[in-house]
Write a protein that binds this ligand. Structure first.
Ligand code: PGA
Length: 246
C-alpha cells in the first residue's frame, strides 16, 4: 500500500501566491513517486481556491473542523468551518486534535471526540493526532503507551461502537509533542513500536509526525508499521523530499 504523506502547512504561507508555489512543488513531488500519496493541508483561507484550481492533481485536507452545535453545517459559530462546507470543496482528509490546538486553543478530548465523529460521519478520512509530552516520555515506553491508550479512548469515545468507520476512515498520527517543530524526531524504532501498539489498539492506519524532513525520512520509511508521515515545517519546502521517496 502507498505510504501517506500529510503536508500540514499550519499557519503558512502568508500569501496565496506563495501557497501556489509550494503547492506546485508538492505536485511535482507527488508525480515523481507512485509509492506515496500526498495530501496537502493549507490554511482554510487558501484551501478552497487551491482545491478548486488543482483538483485532480493532488489531494487536499483541512487542518480542523467544527465539532460543536449546531452540527447542521451552518449557524452562529464565529470563525468556524463545518464539515458540510468542507464537503463542498474538494477535501478528503481532516486533521483533528493536533497538539497545537490542544495546547493553544484549549481543545479538550471531549471536543476532539466530537470533531472525530463529525468528520467520519460526513465521509472524510480523519487524521486524529495523539502524542505524549516530554515528562511522560521521560518515564519510559510503558508510561507512553498508557498515556496514548487513555488519549485514544477519550478521543474515540463517540465512535467506539462504529468499528466499520474506524477501520476504513480513521488514521491516527502519533506525534510526540516534544518532537514537533524541535528538529529532534523520535528514534525510528521507538516510533515504529508505538505505531504497532496503536494499530493493534484501534485497527487504524498510523502515521508518525514530529520533525520529519528530507534528511531523516529515509530512516523511518523502512518500518512497515508506519503507514506514512504528518509533516509540518518541512512540507513548506517539499523539494527536499525529492529522491527520498522511491
Ligand atoms: P513538524 O510538525 O514536522 O514541523 O515537526 C509536525 C506536525 O505538527 O504535524
Amino acid at each position: 500500500m502507498a505510504k501517506l504523506l500529510i503536508f500540514n502547512w499550519k499557519m503558512n504561507p502568508g500569501t496565496f501566491k506563495e501557497a501556489e508555489k509550494i503547492l506546485g512543488e508538492s505536485i511535482i513531488l507527488e508525480e515523481s513517486s507512485d509509492k506515496y500519496e500526498i495530501a496537502v493541508c493549507p490554511p482554510s483561507l487558501w484551501l478552497f481556491d487551491l482545491s478548486q484550481k488543482y483538483a485532480g492533481k493532488i489531494t487536499f485536507g483541512s487542518q480542523d473542523v467544527f465539532g460543536g452545535d449546531p452540527l447542521s453545517g451552518k449557524g452562529a459559530s464565529t470563525g468556524e468551518i463545518s464539515a458540510e462546507m468542507l464537503k463542498n470543496s474538494k477535501v478528503e482528509y481532516i486533521i483533528v486534535g493536533h497538539s497545537e490546538r490542544r495546547r493553544y486553543e484549549n481543545e479538550t478530548d471531549e471536543m476532539i471526540s466530537k470533531k472525530t465523529e463529525v468528520g467520519l460521519k460526513a465521509g472524510f478520512k480523519v487524521i486524529l493526532c495523539v502524542g505524549e509530552d516530554l515528562n511522560t516520555h521521560s518515564q519510559g515506553p510503558e508510561a507512553v503507551k498508557s498515556f496514548i491508550k487513555d488519549q485514544l479512548e477519550k478521543d474515540l469515545e463517540n465512535i467506539h461502537n462504529s468499528k466499520f468507520i474506524i477501520h476504513n476512515s480513521l488514521i491516527v498520527a502519533y506525534e510526540p509533542i516534544w518532537a514537533i517543530g524541535t528538529g529532534i524526531p523520535e528514534n525510528p524504532e521507538s516510533a515504529a513500536l508505538m505505531a504497532k501498539y496503536i494499530k493493534e489498539a484501534v485497527g487504524a492506519q498510523v502515521l508518525y509526525g514530529g520533525s520529519v524532513d528530507g534528511k531523516n525520512i529515509g530512516n523511518f520509511i523502512k518500518y512497515e508499521e508506519i503507514d506514512g508521515f504528518l509533516i509540518g515545517g518541512a512540507s513548506l519546502s517539499p523539494a527536499q523530499f525529492g529522491g527520498q521517496l522511491n
